[in-house]
Design a protein around this ligand. Sequence first.
Ligand code: GUN
Ligand code: FE
Length: 424
Amino acid sequence: MHEPFFLRGTLLYSSSPDTIEILDDGWLLCRDGKAAGVFRSRPERFAGLDVLDYTGKLIIPGMTDLHVHAPQFSFRGLGMDLELLDWLNTYTFPEESKYEDLSYAEAAYESFVTRLTRSTTTRACIFATLHLPATLLLMQKLEDAGLSTYVGKVNMNRNCPGYLREISTNQAIRDTERWVVESRERFSHTKPILTPRFIPSCTDDLMYALSRLRAKYDLPVQSHLSENLGEIEWVKELCPRSKFYGDAYDQFGMFGGGYPCIMAHCVHSNDAEQELMLRRGVYIAHSPESNMNLASGVAPVNQFIDRGLHVGLATDVAGGSHESMLRAMMHAIQASKLRWRLLDQSVRPLSFERAFYLATMGGGQFFGKVGSFLDGYELDAVVLDDAGLEHPQPLSARARLERMVYLADERNIAAKFVSGRKVL
Ligand code: GUN
Ligand code: FE
């Protein structure tokens, strides 16, 4: 393990959903890859330690993208004229089928991983495609980049074109098991997560078989939930015994409760569905830009936080057009204001503090103690340089951070650390 060291600069990190701790000239001690104290000056007893000096720059916790589709990165910013189910059939499935070809996957995944590395994201929960070789290729690239991720080989065997469908349930389970075993052997910070695409893409027998595999290898699960009204109606027809969409996953044993589970979107989750997510500890991946692009709606994200649900932010590329979690924060705030103004005054707009919390600590929790500089948290950190964004007067650290969310891009990211490892 590396020697302990200090990061010096302007530190900003959440200690709760509504509180950002700020040290204008702060010293963050990193020991064994973890945050081991923040100080206003260097303590005498640590006089000999190395200092990475970022004085004048902002140092924030790394961000967690709780839901993103790596193979869709190649068509981000395209095909924004359809709703979910038509969008999948028209643009998404044809694009994802290309990852059967490893040379296409090589080029496309290289650009995804490069851009992700240059972003504020240090952790991500990622959908690949159903193709096993391309999924392992993606995982190797993420491992080499030093990011900490969960990656899912997608499972889908119905209501999808023949060219993008598991050959049979048995074959799907054999492939998935082989992928779980191989990726666990090969990678240390790139982990497998079971990934049934969503209920409409998976037959009952596939879901039950995945649930058994989940238990055998104690795997986490990720999928999509209550994103689009047409999708929800369809699930009622496909699973007539379910009381609501989330209950359908639950009946298959694929809705958390004793193991980690992420559901993306939850735009239209009713009270009963939210109640079950709370009981099962399900994480909600709030994806505001995607929900606007696909005209899905706006999830009541402040209500989720008030009710004590686990929630984080997600780009959901290519439903979302950009890998930037700063943009995801901006879109979450903006969408919540329109929802409040136009739809429902009972759920207040999202504050800046809460948006920052969601992007760091809220989603980071899925990975353990991640997303803050409180003692014992994994040392995931991003150094932001706002020197080029001139302002006629000095600004407070809080104001500088807010401005970065609206104005920064990858050129403003000066350095990045994951569990104390420098990755950029
Ligand atoms: N539901 C099922 N598949 C997808 C997908 O690829 N993107 C989004 N946004 N929703 C989905
Ligand atoms: Fe998605």
